[in-house]
Ligand binder design. Structure first.
Ligand SMILES: [Zn+2]
Length: 149
């Protein structure tokens, strides 16, 4: 039986396959984009806008920084303290159009040796955790391997 796919954080990402995107919000007044999403008010101190629209973020960006995590990640990454801890690779990805940097784990099998600052990466669905009935879904960054668009 297929397990239910459950987002680790509701409303932060959505879509299937090629359509998988992080979901941010954009201020109607100053067009600043926020991720994690900001729904209450614009965080631009010079704006004060209170109307923000949901907007999908770019699927591709460039590596801004990266590190391997050797400690348990903070919320919203759920982490069962009873389970064996697996080190992971954390990537900060710069999205050009949105002018922001988004953190995420690298896809399984991608380590710091596979990454370089400025490398193009793309967003892919990832499984953060699983149990017998659920796949807890998150996002991963993966180096773009096919020919450049
Ligand atoms: Zn604003």
């Amino acid at each position: 039986m297929a397990r239910e796919r459950v987002p680790v954080v509701a409303g932060w990402f959505g879509g299937e396959g090629e359509e998988f995107r992080l979901t941010g919000t954009r201020c109607r007044s100053c067009e600043a984009v926020f991720f994690p999403r900001e729904d209450a008010f614009c965080r631009n101190p010079e704006c004060g806008g209170r109307e923000l629209d949901e907007v999908p973020l770019a699927r591709r960006g460039r590596v801004w920084s990266y590190t391997d995590g050797r400690y348990r990640p903070p919320a919203p990454y759920v982490c069962d303290p009873e389970r064996e801890w697996q080190p992971y690779t954390l990537v900060a990805v710069e999205l050009a159009a949105e002018r922001m940097v988004v953190l995420g784990q690298a896809a399984p099998g991608v380590g710091v040796a596979d990454l370089a600052v400025g490398m193009e990466v793309e967003l892919v669905p990832g499984v953060l955790n699983e149990d017998e009935e659920h796949l807890w879904m998150t996002w991963h960054w993966r180096p773009v391997t096919e020919g450049a668009l």
